[in-house]
Design a protein around this ligand. Sequence first.
Ligand code: ADE
Length: 268
Amino acid sequence: MTQASSSTAAVALRIEVFTIFPVAVEGYADVSILRRARDAGLLDLRVHDLRQGADDPHRSVDDAPFGGGAGMVLAPVPLFAAVERVAAGASGLARPLFLLGPSGRPFDQRVAEELAARPDGFSLLCGRYEGVDQRVADHLVDGELSVGDYVLAGGELAALAVVEAVTRLVPGVLGNEASAGDESFSAGLLEYPQYTRPATFRGWDVPEVLRSGDHGRIARWRRAQSLARTLRRRPDLVEARGGLAPDEEELLVEEGEVELLRQHGYHW
Ligand code: ADE
């Protein structure tokens, strides 16, 4: 029996995506983990075409900006119409509805956890072109999300990043329940390095400790690797969790990372 079917009537996480490229979103959601989650009844992903909200023969969704300037702006009329049409349908709209765009709240693992825990799911509206009419942000959506400090041509990739990061947190979606808790960001740290066979590849050996069979030593080594890697690559993450605890500093000393500790202001 799978983990999904052994738990009592798992309810699918509902996510609605509004986009002018439904084929692109559906295409990605048709493979790998999203496909499996949908097949297992754990993800109820509904993709809506924003052009459904346009009533002119060209189904246009954009227009020139008031005040001039380059590019086109997604217009309020078709966007409100597309969303309200779904909201008025038999199963309504999963709220909150988030607009995807570079000015949104930074999407990170914590936000993914919050969204995965929403009992009624949520919806995503993909921005496009040079922007979205401000009245959509002010009066249609409940919030805005950004997947990083860079500008994509549209919100589709961002929406898929959100859908995938959230879906893999839904109980039963990952084959091994332990794996979501053990990875990067789950404890505010980056993940330790992983290895598989062969034990020696082109002269590069897998660390001896991982082949020792000593689970206590392996756990300590992994923790130390995780801490050292985070301190080295993302000191901001270590800062955000209030620095290193005394036993974490000691672990890093044991692993020969005194210099790293000193570089980051720890007194050893
Ligand atoms: N659309 C364009 N750029 C984006 C970003 N960084 N995050 C979310 N949506 C976007």
